[in-house]
Design a protein around this ligand. Structure first.
Ligand SMILES: [Zn+2]
Length: 305
């Protein structure tokens, strides 16, 4: 059986929020089958915010969720790490609105998950398997999912900047390829935009420690981690945003010049297009297609304290 997984034990870290600049405590806690990924703000009581498109909040420079007036921001890098590492069920506790930015990549979250260890649960994992193409486009921005036997991402970007005029990469996403080729890729921003964000009270925690900053002709940081670190980070963002469908996806995600707004709009559209996918699980008897209307992670039981 391809079993659902959770963490073996609780693990915590401290970081800062990219936009607030405030210190944040983050804890990842084991959770039962069909719990999904949920956030809890320990500074705001017991309300949980499941990481699904139903709880999408405003998208500015990062992806946010909210429910019952409890909001969490900048969830995408953590969601990408949890999804790629096969952690289906976890309670994420924060004492502040933002997931800490760490070094701007998903590598620190992978480190946390590996330190905690992963445990198989007595329940089959459900996948959202794409059976017909789904696509949306906005001007020259496009994103689509096509049937495939594996989860693959093809991303291309083009900017009017000498370092990243055009970059394109396809990666078949496994835990190993994510850890090696995607997780270390850091977020990036343009120096000309940093001042504007600061004036709007954003990116107050931003620094060369947690983002690649692009000047007119080059980067202000010492070095890139990959020659095409930028497009790899877009792949990371897309994996995190697509995780909001609530299940690991089997399909080929293809995106061009997209961003959080389009990624998350697309995740919501995929769920609406019920003809385009099947929920399947891998049991000892083989691949089983589940009936439509199967209980989603949002309807799962609460985690016992
Ligand atoms: Zn990002």
């Amino acid at each position: 059986m391809d079993a659902q997984r959770t963490l073996r034990r609780q693990i915590s870290c401290v970081g800062i929020g990219l936009h607030s600049g405030n210190k944040v405590n983050l804890s990842l806690k084991p959770a039962p089958p069909d719990f999904g990924i949920r956030f809890r703000r320990t500074d705001l009581g017991d309300h949980e915010v499941p990481a699904t498109v139903h709880n999408l909040a405003g998208i500015q420079l990062a992806t946010g969720l909210s429910r019952n007036e409890v909001s969490v921001e900048t969830v995408e890098h953590l969601l990408a790490a949890l999804t790629a590492a096969g952690v289906d069920n976890v309670l994420v506790e924060l004492n502040s609105p933002e997931v800490p930015i760490m070094d701007g990549s998903a590598a620190p979250f992978i480190y946390l998950i590996q330190e905690a260890g992963v445990k198989r649960l007595q329940a089959a994992r459900k996948y959202l398997k794409i059976v017909r193409p789904v696509a949306i486009s906005r001007g020259d921005k496009r994103i689509a999912l096509y049937p495939s036997d594996h989860f693959k991402v093809t991303y291309s970007i083009s900017f009017d900047h000498p370092l990243l005029r055009h970059q394109s990469r396809t990666i078949r996403i496994t835990e190993e390829s994510f850890v090696e080729d995607v997780a270390p890729a850091r977020t990036f921003t343009f120096l000309k935009d940093v001042e504007m964000m600061r004036q709007n009270g954003l990116a107050l925690g931003g620094s060369l420690e947690n983002a690649i900053v692009l000047g007119e002709t080059g980067i202000l940081n010492n070095a890139l981690r990959f020659e095409d670190e930028f497009v790899r980070h877009k792949i990371l963002d897309a994996i995190g945003d697509l995780a909001l469908v609530g299940y690991p996806v089997i399909g080929h995600l293809v995106a061009h010049r997209a961003g959080h707004a389009l990624h998350t709009e697309f995740a919501a559209k995929v769920l609406e297009e019920t003809q385009a996918w099947r929920l399947v699980e891998a049991t000892d008897e083989g691949i089983v297609t589940l009936p439509v209307g199967v209980k989603s992670a949002t309807a799962a039981p609460r985690l016992a304290n």
